[in-house]
Design a protein around this ligand. Structure first.
Ligand code: ADP
Ligand code: MG
Length: 357
């Protein structure tokens, strides 16, 4: 087994899957399901495809797997073109592992038999050893003889992952792998799956419409909208440096404050901030996350409290500024302000993000 340290050193080196200009329109459909996607997933990396329902995530995964053929573009796995105008490698010869809803565990096979299923053709001893290793990896050793119906949702998910990883696939593809689990089990299973992927150094592509899931699991996130890619970056950059308003709003709460750009600064009604780079043309707004806006407890100021949402560990306030703009602020739950209170605000943006107004 590869050690985690070794894996992270290899990370972000060799691309395992490369997609270029991938497009697909379903027969009879007006809109393209996927348009001109181009991205690469590196050895040992987990990429999340994130976007609202219907934006083309599953279609992308099916194009990678070979269940759909692209209208344009190509898919490469390591150095081999597996789909293009002139090349085609069928799904079973792409060496991919899959955790899709439609590939749920076979109900008539035990966990052990399910995991062994992907190892057909190997020697008996090798097969037994690999199954043992995989069950141990997903902490399912004592469940090997159980049938899927006698497992919890999280156990089924771990068994499905063991089955997908057993043949040592180049990449494991997962379509909404946690969607059927309830909230508590979901975050636990998510942590377990992440640990398993890290421990094995597996390369993975996961589809989800759940921002939290993408942020918890992925090394990089590809945000999609209406078949197109909006942004591909690390979770931190997706959150703090969203490339578009859509990304800004989809991955977290965002408010927008009109600003004036002067030389290397932006001037807002809540202060002035350094800004490097070229701002958008024309009227400009600055994005604020609720964690960028701090309520100072030193007397009245520029904001009027509109309402408070009690989020247990913290409060989230909506505030109106003198200009009429509204912003939100999260503050620890200790100090409580009430609707109508006038408070002083301080901005501490991690990074100044500007959009055209
Ligand atoms: P997501 O997984 O992001 O929810 P999908 O890839 O399933 O999105 O779907 C993308 C678009 O393609 C949607 O508009 C959907 O209705 C359409 N679509 C998906 N599968 C098919 C199909 N087999 N035939 C026709 N249209 C489809
Ligand atoms: Mg889908």
């Amino acid at each position: 087994m590869t050690h985690a340290a070794g894996v992270s050193q290899q990370k972000a080196r060799r691309p395992v899957i490369t997609v270029a200009g991938l497009s697909k329109t379903y027969l009879g459909a007006v809109d393209e399901a996927v348009q001109e996607l181009s991205f690469a997933v590196n050895e040992g990396e987990t990429l999340a495809l994130l976007g609202p329902s219907g934006c083309g995530k599953t279609t992308t995964l099916r194009l990678l797997a070979g269940f759909e053929a692209p209208d344009a573009g190509e898919v490469r796995i390591r150095d081999a073109v597996v789909a293009s105008a002139t090349a085609w490698v069928p799904p079973e010869r792409r060496g991919l592992g899959m955790v899709f809803q439609q590939f749920a565990l076979f109900p008539h096979l035990t966990v052990r038999q399910n995991v062994a299923y992907g190892l057909r053709g190997r020697g008996r001893a090798e097969k037994a050893e690999r199954v043992r290793e995989m069950l141990e990896l997903v902490s399912m050793t004592e469940f090997g003889e159980r049938y899927p119906h006698a497992l919890s949702g999280g156990q089924q998910q771990r068994a499905a992952l063991a089955r997908a990883l057993a043949p040592r696939p180049s990449v494991v593809l997962m379509d909404e792998p946690f969607a059927s689990l309830d909230a508590g089990l979901r975050s636990q299973t998510r942590r377990e799956v992440k640990a398993i992927l890290t421990r094995t150094g597996a390369t993975a592509i996961m589809v989800t419409h759940d921002q939290e899931e993408a942020f918890a699991l992925a090394d990089r996130i590809l945000v999609m909208r209406a078949g197109r890619q909006e942004q591909l970056n690390t979770p931190d950059n997706i959150y703090h440096r969203p490339a578009t308003r859509f990304v800004a709003g989809f991955v977290g709460q965002a408010d927008f404050l009109p600003v004036e750009v002067q030389d290397n600064a932006v001037v807002t009604e809540l202060g002035r901030f350094g800004y490097e780079g070229s701002p958008p043309e024309g009227a400009v707004e600055m994005m604020l996350r609720p964690d960028d806006v701090e309520i100072c407890d030193d007397g009245p100021g520029e904001g009027v409290v509109l309402d408070r949402e009690f989020k247990r560990a913290y409060n989230r306030y909506s505030l109106r500024l003198d200009s009429g703009a509204t912003v939100r602020s999260v503050t620890p739950a200790m100090g409580v302000y009430h609707a109508g209170d006038r408070v002083r605000l301080r901005l501490r943006p991690v990074h100044v993000v500007l959009f055209p107004r």
